[in-house]
Design a protein around this ligand. Structure first.
Ligand SMILES: [Zn+2]
Length: 370
């Protein structure tokens, strides 16, 4: 049956990366160049939830002090993708030009993203009709345009590394989100940064509470929330002893974040979906998370307004606060999102770097809570 020409799609681009490259002649003579490489490949890619077989090109240009090796008019042979992180092309063809090589070459390449570092490893091999071989292996930062994904899905999985705080064991290496493909790569990156920021606030709290093994520390977040929060300390699922202050509420909430992270990262909860919705009026929503009614297996799903992610609208720490508020909803805490309520005061502490309130009125911050 097969998959036809497009089992998946990708868009890759690297410019100005320094790398060595080797040319091996048919007689075995090898020459190594050290220069800069530009690489771009677009295969089957479209921004829609489908693939377009007519999209079929790749280009490689390499230069070392006037030694120029170009491969243009690149066409695929067979492509494959793994998990939004690896893209390969084998048995492609391209025309060599420059002052070193010419003629038609058969090209193979692989592009593998390390999600921990967001750095890609690239291997390119091109073989001429006379068996001259061009080869290069290098790493490069993943550019915002980069995309590797399925043809038939409206969502592409995003893996976000989990920081490992002191005193918390049994954590997964990543949490996972199925992010709607309507978000641009730049918007997707902002979502990832806000999730990372929220987990950093959680991990910092855990480190400070662990207090080098005593586990009786008061984190700066807990101290800040304790100063300002006076209402709605308990998640809706909670039936333990009454929580009476912001310190206890923060400790409980951050333990519940641990639960959310484990359930997500070990895939015990249903997949977390991040949906795309432009509300009316357009600034009336940022990141919406419904209040979770259970302690276990709650999916970390959100609805996000893409326009709020665009440049100049909301800075990083404010967006992290908005995400943190949405996580508190999934942890079972309830609005109203106004002064003195735990679900507002704790994320406002995150937004202020746990500093005391100054001359910024609360509504300037909580306008970005849903
Ligand atoms: Zn809310």
């Amino acid at each position: 049956m097969g998959h036809g020409p497009c089992p998946c799609k990708f868009r890759l681009s690297i410019s100005g990366q320094s790398t060595p490259a080797t040319v091996t002649e048919p007689n075995g003579n090898e020459t190594t160049f050290t220069g800069t490489i530009n690489f771009s490949a677009e295969q089957c890619f479209t921004g829609e939830p489908m693939c377009n077989p007519a999209v079929n090109n790749f280009t490689i240009t390499f230069e070392d002090n006037g030694n120029i090796i170009n491969f243009t008019q690149g066409k695929r042979g067979t492509i494959a993708c793994i998990d939004n992180a690896v893209a390969t092309l084998i048995d492609g063809t391209a025309q060599a030009s420059g002052n070193i090589l010419d003629g038609e070459f058969t090209v193979d390449f692989s592009y593998s993203i390390n999600p921990l570092t967001n750095v890609a490893s690239i291997v390119i091999t091109a073989t001429g009709e006379d068996n001259t071989v061009f080869q290069t292996t290098f790493t490069a930062p993943v550019s915002p345009q980069t995309f590797i994904g399925d043809c038939n899905s409206d969502y592409t999985e995003l893996a976000v590394p989990v920081p490992i705080p002191d005193g918390v064991s049994n954590l997964p290496p990543f949490v996972y989100f199925d992010v709607n493909n309507q978000f641009t790569a730049a918007q997707r990156q902002r979502i990832k940064d806000a999730i990372s920021g929220s987990m950093l606030a959680w991990a910092t709290h855990m480190d400070q509470k662990w207090n080098r093994g005593t586990n009786n520390g008061i984190s700066r977040l807990a101290s800040c929330a304790n100063t300002y929060a006076t209402q709605n300390f308990q998640p809706v699922w909670y039936h333990g002893p009454l929580i009476t202050n912001g310190l206890e509420a923060t400790n409980l909430a951050m333990d519940q974040f641990t639960q959310l992270i484990r359930d997500n990262g070990f895939r015990l909860a249903p997949p977390a979906k991040i949906d795309y919705q432009i509300p009316s009026p357009v600034t009336s929503s940022t990141i919406r998370g419904e209040t979770g009614f259970n302690q276990n297996r709650v999916p970390l799903s959100f609805i996000i307004n893409p326009t709020q992610l665009d440049p100049g609208n909301i800075n990083s720490i404010t967006l992290t606060g908005s995400m943190f508020h949405a996580w508190l909803h999934r942890a079972g805490f309830q609005d109203p999102k106004t002064t003195s309520y735990f679900i507002s005061e704790a994320p406002m502490c995150v937004m202020r770097g746990n500093q005391p309130k100054s001359n910024i009125p609360d509504p300037v911050l909580y306008q970005f809570f849903d």
